[in-house]
Design a protein around this ligand. Structure first.
Ligand code: HEM
Length: 537
């Protein structure tokens, strides 16, 4: 309907300044009343902070183990509690299984990326799966699903083995003729294995880092990984949470991130130009994840921009997570010679040469138990944080006492509230996993306790939240598990791993895009291990 300007002007001439004042005051009064009567998030107990602007965010970011802090707070304040967050606001932390299940069931519609994460993800990766929400997320995920089916992952298994054998060929040259073995910085090698694998299996691109080549993407990841953010950069990061405009000011870290974004986009462009239309990809019989995506692109209405964004998503989601898990696996084997022996006995005893995909999924119980324990004790992502897109009511498994002393069996969440699921806390919590929760014990997966503790109440892969849950749960879970098991089976069958200064060597944490393990005192995120040939007795 067009606006009748003349009629409006005539009407306004009859309205005096007094009427305008009354109208403005009425609007204000309405807004204030609406705010006053709007239901607020249930007041919950929780720690306090003197830091009005950042709350406990810096404390959690700098802690060696934020999971232990969350666990302590849950013990003192209850299974759902609040923490002081940005600019006097409160974030809600969930450790109640029913509340967590409800939260994940509403992923991408009711709970969405926080505004800061959304901006960051769009800038770095584009409008792909990580960025998308609701129906758009569903559509993108549907298009990618076939590439992650069991049949597709089975087809990719030779690529996982190829990467492991390329590393083996070079390690053999480093070790040959030396009974004492060689000191090998394994984290860098697990980076190479993971990057080359995701390149080939994800989008038919060989980064060739296992052959000693460098690429812009590898260099950009390396640069981000090896430099520790300075105090200035940390302060700028915190400030940009409050004033997003500050995220445009270049700092060393932001420049590295920009270079990583540019390198990933450059490579994605090359892939699109090389594979071109769906027809050409089909002709090339491209079984990579993106090759399959390109084929289904037209039926699912996937744009070229979205295909490019998905390449970035795969790189970021698949590279660091798997490299970190493999590095932790080698550290834990070096810390526990008995576990290393048991795993090797199972793998060497396996029939034939390399275990098949079917054996990874249905056989080799100790390899499976070891894998689950690495995922439990060392989740690469420490927490999932979202913002409530609308008001919600979280049900609880057991009532808790609110901050006003009232017993409540559900929590009202106001739209805009930040809600966090602390993965690392839940995976290692005494309450969920029993008195030996903090110990690295693969056996727990083989001999489930008669008293199964609370972990059974958690959903997620094997009651772990390492791969998250709900609509956004890790799409590459099957890929990651097969790659992890294939690489580890090659390495453990052929080598013996030790920490050069003994099994009790302190392992520290290096903050990167995701936290990395490092041998305390070493430069960057170095994990040098002594690696010897395994010789059967
Ligand atoms: C040990 C290895 C891995 C772990 C622990 C892991 C964990 C996770 C987690 C926790 C999420 C949810 C993130 C969030 O909601 O903020 C996620 C999402 C995702 N992961 Fe993984 N991941 C691993 C490996 C991989 C690999 C190898 C790939 C691809 C080949 C992959 C592809 C994805 C994708 C595409 C998503 C986004 C799903 C969505 O938003 O719908 N991941 N992963």
């Amino acid at each position: 309907m067009l606006l009748d300007i003349e009629a409006l002007t005539r009407k306004l001439q009859h309205v005096g300044m007094k009427d305008v004042g009354i109208a403005v005051a009425s609007v204000f009064a309405y807004l204030l009343l609406r705010r006053a009567f709007r239901r607020r998030t249930t007041p919950l107990k929780g720690p306090s902070s003197n830091n009005f602007f950042f709350g406990v965010v810096p404390e959690l970011m700098e802690a060696p183990d934020s999971g232990v802090i969350h666990e302590g707070w849950a013990y003192v304040y209850g299974s759902v509690f609040t923490i002081p967050h940005l600019v006097g606001s409160k974030a809600v932390i969930l450790t109640d299984p029913k509340a967590i299940q409800h939260f994940f069931s509403r992923e991408t519609y009711g709970y969405v990326q926080t505004p800061n994460s959304k901006r960051f993800l769009e800038k770095l990766l584009g409008r792909g799966l990580f960025w998308a929400e609701g129906d758009s997320h569903k559509r993108q995920r549907r298009a990618l699903n076939p590439a992650f089916s069991n049949a597709s992952i089975k087809d990719l298994t030779p690529i996982f083995y190829d990467s492991a054998y390329k590393a083996k060929a070079i390690w053999d040259r480093l070790i040959d003729g030396n009974p004492e073995g060689a000191i090998i910085e394994v984290q860098q090698w697990m980076n190479h294995v993971s990057l080359d694998t995701i390149g080939l299996a994800g989008f038919s691109h060989d980064f060739e880092t296992l052959s000693g080549k460098t690429s812009e993407v590898a260099t950009a990841f390396d640069e981000l990984g090896s430099t520790k953010p300075s105090s200035f950069q940390f302060a700028m990061f915190l400030l940009s949470l409050l004033f997003p405009i500050l995220s445009k000011i270049p700092t060393g870290r932001r420049n590295s991130l920009a270079r990583l974004g540019a390198a990933m986009r450059g490579m994605a462009d090359k892939f699109i130009n090389a594979s071109g239309t769906a027809k050409e990809a089909e002709a090339a019989n491209d079984k990579s994840v993106i090759g399959l995506l390109v084929k289904s692109a037209s039926t699912e209405h996937i744009t070229q921009e979205e295909v490019i964004a998905q390449i970035n998503v795969l790189l970021l989601a698949g590279y660091e997570t798997t490299a970190i898990s493999l590095t932790w696996a080698l550290i834990e084997l070096s810390r526990h010679a008995d576990i290393q022996d048991t795993l090797r006995a199972e793998l060497v005893g396996a029939e034939g040469a390399d275990p098949t995909w079917d054996e990874f999924t249905n056989g080799l119980p100790f390899l499976d138990a070891f894998t689950c324990e690495i995922l439990r004790i060392h989740p690469p992502l420490f927490e999932i944080q979202r913002s409530a897109a609308e008001d919600d009511i979280l049900p609880l498994s057991a009532p808790i006492q609110s901050a006003t002393g009232r017993m409540v069996d559900n929590i009202f969440i106001t739209k805009g509230t930040t809600v966090t699921v602390p993965i690392r806390c839940l995976n290692r919590s005494l309450e969920f996993w029993g008195p030996d929760a903090k110990e690295f014990k693969p056996d727990r997966w083989l001999n489930p306790s008669a008293d199964p503790y609370k972990a059974q109440e958690l959903q997620g892969y094997r009651h772990l939240l390492t791969f998250s849950d709900g609509a956004r749960q890790c799409l590459g879970k099957g890929f990651a598990l097969a790659e992890f098991k294939a690489v580890l089976s090659v390495l453990v069958r052929n080598y013996v791993f030790e920490l050069p200064k003994g099994p009790d060597t302190e392992i520290g944490q290096h903050r990167n895009l995701l936290p990395r393990p490092k041998v305390a005192g070493e430069e960057g995120y170095s994990v040098p291990l002594r690696v010897r040939h395994y010789v059967a007795e």
